[in-house]
Design a protein around this ligand. Structure first.
Ligand code: SAM
Length: 281
């Protein structure tokens, strides 16, 4: 009979978030698959647990995944731990769980720390309906396509982001949703310098233009409001206004400046988008 793969959540900052069930599972399994064995061994040392470990990360997922699968099929049990939080959420654990599903290997998920749920719960934004968007692509075109697909999204949107990419992401979010859109910037959750800043996209961009972002971030962005007025107009409407002004003889830079003042979008973002549209025509 096949063994079980246990998805074992680890703290996203605070070691006090290790649950009894997590400790029992780590102590009982035959082996542990860890995204980074150096990080996971610290948790095991903290708990006084010694256990054989294999590494399982994005770049060895295929080979290591096959080995883990083979051991599970031979009847061993395995705990999958990633660097922080719940395995299989925006990390390679997703692939292993898919392989187990295909091979009919039982998977048990232990509930625990997860950055997106923690951030959403504390955000002060509607939690009844939400959509998790993970990390945006590093490729500008794919990033903008992704955001474009969310332009009329009414549900609360959740994004993960690394500090060195935050400014770029905030710039694109402003371009897509407008500067007035509410956002909760959730930083260093459960850690000493935890911060939940309820603000607007434009304010957040302004702050991080002045001061380099530090730490880990989850962005909770409000969905499009039911009633769209001047300030919540979509990027598409704003670009339409730019085109109308240009058609009436205004220079593109002047048109972008005027529409930026009316809608809250940044002049340079309108300009960039208008140029991109021209080039793709
Ligand atoms: N599996 C993890 C989970 O359950 O949330 C997420 C893994 S993903 C590779 C890492 C991202 O999660 C970070 O870039 C950041 O966006 C978010 N994150 C993780 N820990 C965080 C924390 N303490 N505060 C804010 N965001 C965090």
């Amino acid at each position: 009979m096949a063994g079980t793969l246990y998805l074992v959540p680890t703290p996203i900052g605070n070691l006090g978030d290790l649950s009894q069930r997590v400790m029992d599972t780590l102590a009982e399994v035959d082996f542990i698959a860890a995204e980074d064995t150096r990080i996971s061994v610290k948790i095991l040392n903290h708990l006084g647990i010694k256990k054989p470990m294999v590494s399982y990360y994005r770049h060895n997922a295929e080979n290591s995944g096959a080995t883990i699968l083979g051991r599970l099929m031979a009847g061993e049990s395995c705990a999958l731990v990633t660097d922080a939080g719940t395995p299989a959420i925006s990390d390679p654990g997703e692939l292993l769980v898919q392989s187990c599903a295909q091979a009919d290997i039982p998977v048990v998920a232990i509930p625990g720390p997860c950055a997106l749920v923690t951030a959403l719960a504390v955000s002060g934004l509607p939690t009844g309906r939400f959509t998790f968007e993970g990390f945006l692509s590093v490729t500008k075109k794919q990033r903008m396509e992704h955001l474009h697909s969310l332009q009329t999204e009414r549900r609360t949107m959740i994004f993960y982001e690394a500090p060195h990419k935050l400014l770029r992401t905030l710039t694109d979010l402003v371009a897509c949703f407008g500067g007035e859109r509410p956002v909760s910037i959730c930083r260093e959750l459960t850690k000493l310098h935890e911060e939940v800043w309820k603000t607007t996209l434009a304010e957040a961009l302004h702050r991080y233009e002045q001061q380099p972002p530090k730490g880990e971030f989850v962005l909770i962005v409000a969905g499009m409001p039911e009633s769209t007025d001047e300030t919540t107009r979509s990027m598409e409407d704003a670009l339409q206004q730019v085109q109308e002004r240009v058609a009436q003889g205004e220079r593109l830079t002047d048109a972008c400046k005027a529409v930026a003042a009316e809608t809250g979008y940044r002049k340079q973002d309108l300009y960039q988008q208008a140029i991109q549209e021209r080039e793709s025509e």
